[in-house]
Design a protein around this ligand. Structure first.
Ligand SMILES: [Zn+2]
Length: 596
């Protein structure tokens, strides 16, 4: 999975900051620009020292950011972006009025520079909300989001910029002088504006912008409800028979969880054990717990999260957390937005910027159904025969695990002890070095002027020909209650010529996040830390997200709007991640990462 983009429809939102590996201040980054209008207002400059979100050093100051920084930072950042947009539009209008074609640099670099003002701070806020959520940050995010969405719409609907791009595309000589990457930027800007409602006027435009606001707010509420629902469930077990079947690694994980919630003496052997809906905890119970009632309780709590049936919250509180009505509302708004854009459905809007077609996607689903349904039914019958009982949903993972062990002598839990995180990372680095000719190593964040938002986060440095070429943050462990579930890669910085800090000699370097929710380290009976032992599935997830991160950071493209994962069709973007996963099925890479 890849993190949601800032400007979902325009492609242009993944914006980055100037800077080499060493911290470079905002004044340098911006005064180095060739663009006369690229001077930040004095107010923003004064605040940047005090407000970490306005500090334009190469690495965001993740550890320093507090909720109270969000509102003043975004207000200043959006004011600056707005002033830049005003002067950029004026410059483009002057060119057009004089019968000249606005240059690519004027348009592309101007847009990248103004986007960088607010998209950088906003990405940091969104990232912290996804990995370090708390009430105060949530409120600050909710208060700032409408302003960000409003500016996104204004930028996407800029008639002056749109005319500028159209003019450039229509000017044969100017167009032919562009590189393919630059032509792609122009095409994406034009398409992005169309999908942002550039053709709309008056009431229809106002309604479109209202819909954009409401959809953004609904999306935030949806994930807040989900996180709250996960947070409101935990089950403290204190009898050994309740954890019967759970392997030692899972008991250690649940005991560590109990320790962090106040049971200072919790141990893997004697308990108590705390079950949560975090992925590693959930899967341990569903796959191994012999206690059927326990599996049912946990399964029901998970499957009814944030719904009107939520079994883990009192009935009186269900309505507030229920995502059902939100889904209906999102679907209605998407359909209305599609109609405003003159498209037949939201699906048509969605594929407008993808490789797939609606018919192609439907045909693929039909084909998958046809090919897999028979096999799935046969497997289910075989599983029922093997289990000897009628299987309910909370029985399937347990018996599938047993069947797998019986048929293939494969025990994923036994495999974990060969896959400690450090060994897996080292094997992964070796593979990447062999495949791509770059060197990857963990570095101390402080050594390169970086900060992390949690002590467990690692920073990787990618070197090409001995020189730093990119950085990747890795946030590996589940942290229930403050970190979203699942796994994703998102961008911190984009490789970009326009945001170069040395007059274009070297581009700004790319930086990526890899976030997963794997089993955290545990503590043994003697109080010693046992490293995170990965399942093969967790390795696959890490490889997958690494594939995304590599596409982002190994790019050689210098146009920020299409470098790395920017501008790649959102369905095609899954290809490098799938390829990376496939290496895990090869004996040599696997041997490279297994240790004991
Ligand atoms: Zn993916």
């Amino acid at each position: 999975k890849i993190g949601r983009r800032m400007r979902g429809l325009t492609f242009a939102g993944r914006v980055l900051l100037g800077g080499s590996a060493l911290a470079v201040g905002a004044a340098h980054a911006l005064s180095g620009s060739r663009l006369a209008h690229a001077q930040p207002p004095a107010a923003a400059m004064r605040m940047s020292a005090a407000n970490p979100l306005l500090d334009r050093s190469f690495f965001p100051r993740f550890a320093d950011v507090r909720a109270e920084h969000v509102a003043p930072a975004l207000d200043a950042a959006l004011a600056e972006a707005s002033a830049r947009l005003d002067s950029l539009e004026a410059e483009v209008e002057v060119e057009i009025a004089a019968g000249r074609t606005p240059s690519y640099a004027l348009l592309a670099d101007g847009i990248e520079l103004l986007e960088e003002c607010y998209a950088g701070p906003w990405r940091t806020v969104s990232h912290l909300k996804a990995t370090k959520d708390c009430e105060a940050l949530r409120d600050a995010h909710a208060a700032a989001q409408p302003k960000v969405v409003e500016f996104d719409s204004r930028l996407g609907q800029s008639r002056a910029l749109y005319r500028g791009w159209e003019r450039l595309q229509a000017d044969g000589a100017a167009w032919a002088a562009l590189t393919p990457a630059q032509q792609r930027v122009a095409e994406l800007q034009i398409l992005g504006a169309q999908l942002k409602g550039i053709a709309l006027d008056g009431e229809r435009k106002a309604r479109f912008n209202e819909i954009e606001q409401e959809l953004a707010a609904l999306s935030t509420r949806f994930s807040n409800n989900l996180l709250d629902s996960v947070k409101s469930f935990s089950l403290r077990l204190d009898k050994a028979e309740q954890v019967a079947g759970l392997p030692p690694s899972a008991r250690a994980m649940l005991a560590t969880s109990a320790r962090t919630k106040g049971d200072a003496d919790a141990s893997a052997e004697k308990g108590p054990w705390l079950v949560t809906l975090d992925q590693p905890s959930l899967m341990a119970v569903l796959r191994f717990a012999e206690d059927r009632a326990l599996r049912e309780t946990v399964y029901r709590a998970y499957i009814t999260r944030a719904s009107e049936l939520a079994s883990n919250v009192p009935p009186a509180e269900r309505a507030a957390q229920d995502n059902g009505p939100l889904i209906d509302r999102v679907l209605a708004l998407r359909a209305e937005r599609a109609a405003l854009l003159g498209r037949a459905s939201h699906a048509e809007v969605s594929v407008a910027s993808k490789m797939a077609t609606v018919d192609g996607a439907r045909a693929l689903l039909e084909q998958l159904l046809e090919r897999s349904l028979g096999a799935a039914r046969a497997e289910h019958v075989a599983l029922c025969d093997f289990a000897g009982v009628e299987l309910r949903q909370w029985d399937i993972a347990l018996h599938a695990e047993k069947l797998k062990t019986a048929n293939f002598q494969f025990d994923e839990e036994a495999v974990r002890q060969y896959l400690p995180l450090e060994a897996v990372l080292n094997g992964l680095f070796a593979l990447v070095e062999r495949l791509f000719g770059v060197a990857i190593a963990q570095v101390e964040p402080e050594a390169v002027g970086a900060q992390v938002w949690d002590a467990s986060v690692r920073l990787l440095e990618v070197k090409r020909d001995g020189e730093p070429a990119a950085y990747i943050f890795v946030d590996p462990y589940a942290r229930g209650g403050e970190k979203r579930g699942g796994a994703w890669m998102s961008q911190v910085r984009q490789r970009s010529r326009a945001l170069s800090v040395d007059g274009g000699r070297t581009p700004c370097l790319p930086v990526a996040h890899i976030v997963t929710n794997q089993a955290p380290p545990t503590v043994d009976a003697d109080g010693r830390e046992v490293p995170s032992l990965m399942s093969f599935t967790e390795c696959r997830t890490l490889f997958h997200e690494t594939g995304h991160a590599l596409q982002h950071v190994l790019t050689q493209v210098d146009e920020g709007h299409v470098s790395g994962i920017a501008g790649v069709e959102w369905d095609a973007v899954e290809q490098p991640s799938q390829w990376m996963e496939n290496w895990l099925d090869q004996p040599a890479p696997l041997r490279g990462l297994a240790r004991h």
